[in-house]
Structures are given as structure tokens and as C-alpha cells.
Design a binder for this molecule. Structure first.
Ligand code: C2E
Ligand code: MG
Ligand code: MG
Ligand code: MG
Length: 285
């Protein structure tokens, strides 16, 4: 009987794997088509300057508007996009689109405030190592007219640590273009602190997992404090990600935090919603 049970669970397992493989293949076909048809949109999540409580920049976040399944979030297709190489086109679409959009806001809401707006773009670790990246960034900046210093390229620690020597070179090239570089999800990877010093990094974003519950968790508090003091000594701008509650905000302010991003202030929104927000006077730095 044990043997039979074993056999049947093996069968179930196989069937499940088969179904998953089919689903993945269908998704891959869809994703390829989505890239061809341009089924992606950019959502913008404001980054808030705590001194003024106003918007000083945005993180661009991709959304897939699937014809049948509706909106698909990046968590559900970025890994597949990386495996299939489609990520290069997706990242590049977001880069070009968002640079153009932010430049428009800078013009429309300038000259005294608009030009202060910055843009954060996520670049996949896989894409980060590709020679095409520099051309794409150069192109997006030239086509949009966005000032390079307004552009922050976000990469994760693992993207840096896969090949640190190569990563350092790419970071220096991006810096040579005048762009800024930002470590995303800081604290969740394995980068050694020495790299923070060695690499030409401008910004670190404290990962949401440390902000979640920080008001009651001494370990998270210690980590967040350490990142702020590290930022101070190394001259890095620190942004707290995923701020959801007034208690989290109170802790962060008390620790000297200056920039936050999170649902407490704003969720990611459409370009049209950003326009209304900025028109309402929420812009500043
Ligand atoms: P990320 O770069 O760390 O972006 C922040 C994510 O946290 C976003 O999720 C955002 O909506 C979410 N978030 C912001 N504030 C809060 C909060 O207060 N509470 C909670 N619970 N969540 C918050 P999203 O848009 O689903 O993106 C997930 C991840 O997908 C991103 O994490 C990034 O790693 C990746 N991603 C998004 N857009 C792109 C893209 O254009 N290219 C690449 N390569 N990756 C992207
Ligand atoms: Mg990010
Ligand atoms: Mg992040
Ligand atoms: Mg992330």
C-alpha cells in the first residue's frame, strides 16, 4: 500500500509540474507578445522629503496590462522576463518612458520646483551586466532631455556582488554619464560593507522588511539605525522604503531620516494621478 501511495503521489506531483510548465509556457508566449505590443505601463510612487512633507521624486514601477488577465504585477513576471531575456526590453521601455514623463513634469511644474524632481529606475541584475545598458541610459537621457543627475539607477546588492569588479566598472560608467546609483532593498543581500565604500554609490534604500514592525522590534531598530549612521559617515542619501504607519514614521524621523517612500504617503499611481498631485502643490524638496 505504501508503494501504491508513493506511486500515486508521484503521479499527482508530475501532473502538477506538468500544469505549471504549461502555465509558464503560456505566460512566456504572452510576455513576448506583450513586449511586441507594448502592453506595459509605468506607475510612479512618490518619494517624500520629510522636511517639507512634499514630493521630491518618484520610483518608476512597471505594470503589465494583460488583455485577458488584467493588471499583472512585477512580482509575477519579472523572474520570467529575466529568464527569457525579455527584461532588457521591459527595463528599457520603463527607462525611456519615465525619463520623458519626468522631464515633462519638470517643465510643466518648473522652473522653481519642477527641476528638483528625481526619477528612480529599477534595473535587473541580469540587465546590469549587459553592455547595452549604457547605451540605453545615454539614449533615454538624450531623447528626453532629462538632466542626468535627476536619474537614479536602482540595483540590488546581489547585482553588485555577482561580479564586484565588473559591477564597479559599470557603476563608474553610469556615474560618468552623470547619473546617480542607488542600492535597492539594502540589507537583504550579502554585500559587504567595504563595497559601500569602494563603489561609487549615492543612495541606499532601506528594505521594507526592516521598516515593517520597526516600532516594536529592537533588531530592526538596530539595523535601521546602523544604515542611517553608515549613510551619514559615507555621505550617502538614505531612503526608507515601505513606510506604512505613523509609528514607523515617528521612529524614522527620530533617527534623522530625511526621505521616505511608502503607502502612508502615497501608493504607486498613474502619470495622470501624479499630474493632479503636482498641480495641487505637493511638489517640493
Ligand atoms: P522595489 O524596487 O523594492 O519597489 C518597491 C515595491 O514595494 C513596489 O512594489 C511598491 O509598490 C512596494 N511598496 C512601496 N511602498 C510600500 C508600502 O508601504 N507597503 C508595501 N507593502 N509595499 C510597498 P511593486 O511595484 O509590486 O514592485 C515589486 C518589485 O518589482 C520592485 O521592488 C522591483 O524589484 C521590481 N520591479 C518593478 N518595476 C521594475 C522594472 O521596471 N524593472 C525591473 N527590473 N524590476 C522592477
Ligand atoms: Mg526599487
Ligand atoms: Mg526596494
Ligand atoms: Mg525589490
Amino acid at each position: 500500500r505504501a508503494k501504491e501511495r508513493g506511486k500515486s503521489s508521484f503521479k499527482v506531483f508530475n501532473q502538477k509540474m506538468h500544469d505549471q510548465a504549461l502555465k509558464l509556457m503560456a505566460l512566456e508566449t504572452d510576455l513576448r507578445r506583450a513586449v511586441d505590443l507594448g502592453e506595459f505601463e509605468v506607475a510612479y510612487q512618490p518619494i517624500v522629503c520629510l522636511e517639507t512633507r512634499k514630493v521630491c521624486g518618484f520610483e518608476a514601477l512597471v505594470r503589465w496590462r494583460h488583455a485577458e488577465h488584467g493588471t499583472i504585477m512585477p512580482g509575477d513576471f519579472i523572474a520570467l522576463a529575466e529568464d527569457t531575456g525579455l527584461i532588457y526590453a521591459i527595463d528599457n521601455f520603463v527607462l525611456a518612458e519615465a525619463c520623458g514623463q519626468v522631464k515633462q513634469w519638470q517643465i510643466g511644474f518648473g522652473p522653481h520646483m519642477g527641476e528638483l524632481l528625481t526619477l528612480n529606475i529599477n534595473i535587473s541584475g541580469k540587465h546590469f551586466g549587459q553592455p547595452m545598458l549604457l547605451n540605453q541610459v545615454t539614449r533615454a537621457l538624450t531623447d528626453s532631455g532629462l538632466h542626468p543627475s535627476a536619474l537614479n539607477i536602482e540595483i540590488t546588492e546581489s547585482a553588485l556582488m555577482d561580479d564586484p569588479a565588473k559591477a564597479e566598472e559599470v557603476l563608474r560608467q553610469l556615474k560618468a554619464l552623470g547619473a546617480r546609483v542607488c542600492i535597492d532593498d539594502f540589507g537583504t543581500g550579502y554585500s559587504s560593507l567595504s563595497y559601500l565604500q569602494r563603489f561609487p554609490i549615492d543612495v541606499v534604500k532601506v528594505d521594507r522588511s526592516f521598516i515593517d514592525g520597526v516600532e516594536g522590534n529592537q533588531d530592526s531598530q538596530a539595523i535601521v539605525r546602523t544604515v542611517f549612521s553608515l549613510g551619514k559617515s559615507l555621505g550617502l542619501k538614505v531612503v526608507a522604503e515601505g513606510v506604512e504607519t505613523p509609528a514607523q514614521l515617528a521612529f524614522l524621523e527620530n533617527e534623522g531620516c530625511r526621505f521616505v517612500q511608502g503607502f502612508l504617503f502615497y501608493r504607486p499611481m498613474s502619470a495622470a494621478e501624479v499630474h493632479d498631485l503636482l498641480a495641487g502643490g505637493s511638489i517640493g524638496s
